[in-house]
Design a protein around this ligand. Structure first.
Ligand code: DQA
Length: 143
């Protein structure tokens, strides 16, 4: 499966640690590697600040038949191109779990809208890095 992360998540540990915690993207990679090993599945963690790259990674998921865990970061709230690409993943019969480290519903109003949620298989939000662990479990349970 692909574990895809959107803009500013490369700054985990430095960016708003009160919201996103003190651990870095490298730490997230390590944790995801441990959880995926435990579950006996492959998981490749990627991060980009570039909307087009994220869209192309979703095409790659469709073409290779990979399930997706996606933290769309701020694109969650307004990217229709990412939504359309995410819809291709679920329409292809693959699982796509939207994840968030924080709970966007408990934050500013603009974060209350997800344009990805309606085309995702489901969403996990608000559990810190454990949101990814729960999303991996959801993929395994659903796939
Ligand atoms: C986020 C929540 C988004 O609102 C925000 O723009 C992010 C991170 C999260 O993981 O909590 O960059 O997706």
């Amino acid at each position: 499966m692909l574990v895809l992360n959107g803009p500013n998540l490369g700054r985990l540990g430095v960016r708003e640690p009160d919201v996103y915690g003190a651990l870095s993207l490298a730490d997230l990679r390590e944790q995801v590697a441990g959880w995926s090993d435990e579950l006996g599945v492959g998981a490749e963690v990627r991060q980009t600040d570039d909307e087009a790259e994220l869209v192309h990674w979703l095409y790659e998921a469709v073409d290779s038949g990979a399930h997706v865990v996606l933290n769309p970061a701020a694109f969650t709230h307004y990217s229709y191109s990412l939504r359309d690409a995410a819809a291709m993943v679920t329409k292809a019969g693959l699982v796509l779990v939207e994840v968030h480290i924080s709970n966007p519903m408990a934050r500013e109003e603009f974060r209350h809208t997800s344009v990805i949620g309606p085309v995702a298989t489901g969403t996990v939000a608000g559990f810190g890095f454990d949101s990814y662990r729960l999303a991996l479990l959801a993929v395994v349970a659903k796939a």
